[in-house]
Design a protein around this ligand. Structure first.
Ligand code: C2E
Ligand code: MG
Ligand code: MG
Ligand code: MG
Length: 280
C-alpha cells in the first residue's frame, strides 16, 4: 500500500508539472496566433492627482483577448518573456501607446503623459534607445509625454550598465518610474545613483492601509523617502476611500486604481477625457 501511495503522489506531481508545461505551450501558441491576427489590445488606466482627481496621465496595459474574455498579463507576460516574444510585443505596445497619446493631443485634449511597462528583457536590449527614438519620431510624440516603468528586477546586479541606460533615456527627455516599488530585491542605494522621476508604490502596501494593524507604515515610509529624494509618488491599486484619504494626508502625489477607474479601452478612456474637459 505504501508503495502504491508513493507511486500515486509521484504521478500527482508529474501530473501537475505536465499541466504546467502544457499550459505554457498553449499560451505560447495563443500568443503567436494573437500576434498573427493582430488581436492584442492596449487598455489605458488613468493616473490622477490625489488632491483633486485630475487626470494627469495614463498607464498602457497590454490585453490578450481570448474566448470572449482576457488572459491575465500575470499569466501570459512571463511566457512572452521566456520565449522572447515580449521584445516585439513590447515594441508594439510602445508604438501603440505613443501613437494613441499623440492622437489625443491632436484632438485637443490637455496633454497627458503615457507610461509604458518595460520588461527586464526589453530594458536590457542593446538597441533600446534607438527603438525609442524611432518610435517617438514615427509617432511624432514629444519625449516629455512618455514615461517608462521599470521594475527593480530589471537592473539587479547591473548598476553600471543601468546608470548609463537611465542617463540615455533621461537625456531624451523621457521620464522613468520604478514600478511595484518595494517588492524587488534590490538595495536602496540605486535611488540616489540613478536618475529616477517617480516611484510607484506597489499595491501590496496600499492594501495594508486602513486595515486594523498599523501596517500602513511602509507606504508612509516610501512616501517620505521618495519625497526627500525629490521623486514623484504614485500609489497603485487604490480601491478604498480610507486608502485615498491616507494617501492625501501623507501627500502622495498621484493615485492609480479602481477607486477612480479600471483600465479602459481607448474609446472609453476618451469619454473620461471628454467629461473632464467639460467639467473642468
Ligand atoms: P503593473 O505595471 O504594476 O500594472 C498595474 C496592475 O494593477 C494592472 O494589472 C492594473 O489593471 C492593476 N490595477 C490597477 N488598479 C487596481 C486596483 O485598484 N485594484 C486591483 N486589484 N488591480 C488594479 P494588469 O493590467 O493585469 O497587469 C499586470 C501586470 O502585467 C502589470 O503590472 C505589468 O507588470 C504587466 N504588464 C501589463 N502590460 C504590460 C506591457 O505592455 N508590457 C510589460 N512588459 N508588462 C506589462
Ligand atoms: Mg506598471
Ligand atoms: Mg505596478
Ligand atoms: Mg506589476
Amino acid at each position: 500500500a505504501a508503495k502504491q501511495r508513493g507511486n500515486n503522489s509521484f504521478q500527482y506531481y508529474t501530473g501537475k508539472m505536465q499541466q504546467k508545461v502544457l499550459r505554457r505551450m498553449e499560451l505560447e501558441n495563443i500568443i503567436h496566433q494573437t500576434i498573427e491576427k493582430e488581436g492584442f489590445q492596449v487598455y489605458y488606466q488613468p493616473r490622477v492627482t490625489s488632491s483633486s482627481g485630475q487626470i494627469v496621465g495614463m498607464e498602457a496595459l497590454l490585453r490578450l483577448p481570448y474566448n470572449g474574455g482576457f488572459i491575465s498579463p500575470a499569466e501570459f507576460i512571463p511566457v512572452a518573456e521566456e520565449t522572447g516574444l515580449i521584445l516585439s510585443l513590447g515594441a508594439w505596445v510602445l508604438r501603440t501607446a505613443c501613437r494613441q497619446n499623440k492622437q489625443w493631443q491632436l484632438a485637443g485634449y490637455p496633454p497627458l503623459r503615457v507610461s509604458v511597462n518595460l520588461s527586464p528583457n526589453q530594458f536590457n536590449q542593446k538597441d533600446l534607445l534607438l527603438q525609442i527614438k524611432e518610435t517617438l519620431a514615427e509617432t511624432e510624440l514629444a519625449a516629455c509625454w512618455l514615461e517608462l516603468e521599470i521594475t527593480e528586477g530589471a537592473f539587479m546586479n547591473k548598476a553600471v550598465a543601468t546608470q548609463k541606460t537611465f542617463a540615455d533615456i533621461k537625456s531624451l527627455g523621457i521620464h522613468i518610474s520604478i514600478d511595484d516599488f518595494g517588492t524587488g530585491y534590490s538595495s536602496l542605494s540605486y535611488l540616489k545613483r540613478f536618475d529616477i522621476d517617480c516611484l510607484k508604490i506597489d499595491k501590496s502596501f496600499v492594501d495594508e492601509i486602513g486595515q486594523d494593524s498599523k501596517d500602513s507604515s511602509i507606504a508612509h515610509a516610501i512616501i517620505s523617502m521618495g519625497k526627500s529624494l525629490h521623486m514623484l509618488l504614485v500609489a497603485e491599486g487604490v480601491e478604498k476611500q480610507e486608502q485615498l484619504e491616507f494617501l492625501q494626508k501623507h501627500k502622495c502625489d498621484q493615485i492609480q486604481g479602481y477607486i477612480f477607474s479600471r483600465p479602459l479601452p481607448p474609446a472609453e478612456f476618451e469619454k473620461l477625457l471628454q467629461k473632464q474637459v467639460r467639467f473642468a
